[in-house]
Design a protein. Structure first.
Lengths: 467, 225
């Protein structure tokens, strides 16, 4: 299921569009977030830098020449919070001022800062066990060179988080949305672009053996598809020609073979004579039957069958039995029609089914002993069974009997072994089933004495299902 | 009784002339549609045997022309085409019967006679099967030279069986022919009539017998000598 869905052109195009869209979207959003972080980071660095410079401004030498920090009250109050820390050292590394003092103690162990700011991170520091980010920088001051370290709690990085939040919620969500909208528009465009192809496919699906003249329209088709459609149309042209040629050939062959046979048959009928003439007549009638069946096989091979008419199996069975009863009677066999009132309507080819049934009856009659009967049974389950009184068919042979030119051993039916293969082909064309059954069912009205243990009977059942 | 055979295959035409001649018909044969039309203009024929593939046109076209002119001559089509569609189109075009080549001459003769026995046909009003004859006007049934009196319905059944000698007459057809729509019909009415009729034919020594095709109907055949 999934496999077939991915085989559709539409799905493939959609997937091929969606993948780069998603990758581009991820990269785009990633770059923007990174940029935002970067900008926020440098803003933070500058802020720390400014603080350091700010603090340095308030360091002055007291009259003793000793450096000291005099923060304005407001600023000093700000540094009382645990979020911000600073430490000022003099050139010798002595702490001048620090808030909180623990930070001063820590910083005192560090080497003096240089002119280039160095950044540091502190994990779980201080009374609040917070993470801190800070810088240390060396600054020249009237009181001499100073090493100033300033740090800020990471959680207090309000500027950055505000910036990010604003960006993500106000700007970044638009990007996936835009990508999604573009993707949907793309898929819809593919759909409508593929519509002519779908229409052409539906038309092609409707082409059958009896509509070989239909050609696919190539106007309104995308130029990439037009070569395919015209190639299909040309293939249809050739098929149609082939069909026509084959039909003509079988028709001509039928005519050319039958005419001399008709002459011989007629001439023999007119002659009067002895046993030799009778034998000759039977030879010719065998030839007639062979030619007839060969032509049927040829036609089944060359002409696709139209199986779309509505036919009544009861009526077909009645017509076929009526047509064959005189022949069976002449051979001292009887045909019994076992049907019920009403119709068994199926979709198929009436003439072909009649043909199949005729072959089954012929087969049954030829394999039944004299004065026995062959039953043709129509069942409402859309099947016809032909039950004969013959010796039956061994299970091993049940597949073989439908092969062309197969004949049972020791059976002198005079047939060419084509009848049942014709039945099978007709059933195949109908997507029907043909099955052989042996049945040990005794019937009192069979007059022919049959040895014990040979009650096996052939039931050639044609099932035409799924109609 | 005069027949026109339209057949371009010389040998088949020859065989047809010989065997139909032996069966007691006067036969003229022509080999094309044009000749056939010319022959029909000068002579009156009781039936025509028409081959379909003719050198100057399709027999079906000739058939359609004749029928559109109101010509009701019984026509039996001979064809080497066996696609059933072709046969059906022959009957649609107004043919009375058809035979596919190769055919048994006895079958052709029997079919021709059946055509000629239709109402208004040239063989008149007497049906024959073996030693049984049936005068459809006087409704007399003769076995050899002995008259066999039959009740109305039994004689009607016999008539239908004799008209279609050697072919199956479905029981349904007999019911339709014998009974009006409003008649009360016992389900075994036909079998009972057949039973009586069969007994009477056997007792009278008829050389024709009625066979039952169970589930379908009946057929009458001439008893083999």
């Amino acid at each position: 299921m999934i496999r077939t869905r991915f085989r559709s052109l539409q799905m493939r195009l959609a997937v091929r569009l969606a993948i780069p869209y998603i990758i581009a979207m991820v990269i785009g959003v990633g770059i923007l977030v990174y940029q935002a972080y970067d900008t926020a980071g440098s803003l933070n660095d500058r802020d720390l830098n400014l603080r350091a410079i700010d603090i340095a401004r308030y360091v002055s030498s007291d009259p003793d020449g000793k450096a000291q920090l005099n923060l304005p009250a407001k600023l000093a109050a700000a540094y009382q919070s645990s979020a911000d820390m600073f430490a000022v050292r003099d050139a010798r590394g002595q702490i001048i001022a620090a808030a909180p003092p623990s930070f001063g103690t820590l910083v005192a162990t560090w080497p003096p800062a240089t002119d280039d700011a160095s950044y540091f991170r502190l994990k779980n520091f201080g009374s609040e066990s917070e993470d801190y980010y800070g810088l240390s920088i060396g600054l020249e001051n009237s009181a001499g060179p100073l090493s100033i370290s300033v740090a800020q709690a990471a959680g207090a990085n309000a500027l950055v988080s505000a910036l990010l939040r604003e960006f993500v919620f106000d700007v970044a969500w638009v990007i996936p949305l835009l990508v999604l909208v573009t993707l949907v528009i793309g898929v819809l465009a593919i759909r409508s672009g593929l519509r002519p192809i779908r229409d052409a496919s539906e038309m092609a699906a409707g082409i059958g053996p009896n509509t070989t003249s239909v050609r696919l329209p190539d106007d309104n088709l995308p130029s990439e598809i037009t070569p395919l459609v015209s190639a299909v149309n040309r293939a249809l042209d050739r098929l149609e020609q082939g069909f026509a040629l084959q039909r003509k050939f079988t028709a001509n062959a039928a005519h050319e073979l039958r005419t001399p046979l008709a002459i011989i048959t007629g001439a023999l009928d007119v002659m009067e004579g002895n046993d030799d003439l009778a034998k000759l007549k039977s030879d010719v009638s065998r030839m007639n039957r062979l030619v007839d069946q060969l032509l049927r096989v040829a036609r089944l091979d060359s002409v696709a069958m139209d199986v779309s008419e509505e036919v009544d199996l009861n009526e077909i069975a009645a017509n076929t039995v009526a047509a064959m009863a005189p022949w069976a009677l002449a051979l001292e066999r009887a045909i019994v029609l076992d049907h019920f009132d009403g119709q068994v309507v199926i979709t198929g080819n009436g003439h072909a089914i009649e043909d199949a049934l005729r072959n089954l009856i012929e087969n049954g009659i030829l394999h039944s002993p004299p004065r026995s009967e062959v039953t043709v049974r129509v069942s409402p389950e859309q099947s016809i069974s032909v039950v004969d009184a013959g010796p039956g068919i061994s299970p091993a042979d049940r597949e073989l009997i439908f092969e062309r030119f197969w004949r049972g051993k020791g059976v002198a039916s005079g047939g060419a072994g084509l009848g049942l293969s014709i039945v099978k082909e007709i059933m195949n064309a109908h997507r029907g089933i043909i099955s052989v059954k042996g049945k040990s069912e005794r019937r009192s009205h069979i007059h022919a004495p049959i040895p014990q243990g040979r009650w096996a009977r052939i039931i050639n059942a044609i099932h035409i299902g799924g109609l | 009784v005069r027949l026109l055979v339209v057949e371009d295959e010389v040998r088949i035409a020859e065989v047809l002339r010989t065997s139909l001649g032996k069966a007691g018909f006067a036969v003229d044969s022509v080999a094309s549609c044009g000749d056939a039309q010319a022959a029909l203009e000068v002579g009156a024929y009781d039936a025509m045997i028409l081959d379909l593939g003719l050198p100057d046109g399709d027999g079906l076209a000739l058939l359609a022309r004749l029928r559109s002119r109101g010509d009701q001559t019984p026509i039996l089509i001979l064809t080497a085409r066996d696609a059933i569609e072709d046969r059906v189109s022959g009957l649609d075009a107004g043919a009375d019967d058809y035979l596919v080549k190769p055919f048994a001459m006895t079958e052709l003769i029997a079919r021709t006679k059946a055509l000629l026995r239709r109402p208004g046909g040239a063989l008149g009003t007497t049906l024959k099967a073996g030693n049984v004859s049936f005068d459809t006007i006087g409704r007399d049934v003769m076995i050899g030279s002995v008259s066999l009196p039959l009740p109305r319905r039994e004689s009607a059944i016999l008539e239908h069986l004799m008209r279609r000698l050697g072919r199956v007459v479905p029981k349904l057809v007999l019911e339709e022919k014998l009974y009006g729509i409003d008649d009360e019909l016992e389900s075994n009415a036909i079998p009972v009539h057949i039973h009586h009729l069969r007994r009477k034919l056997v007792d009278a020594g008829a050389a024709a017998e009625i066979h039952t095709v169970r589930g379908l109907g009946y057929l009458l055949t001439e008893t083999k000598a």
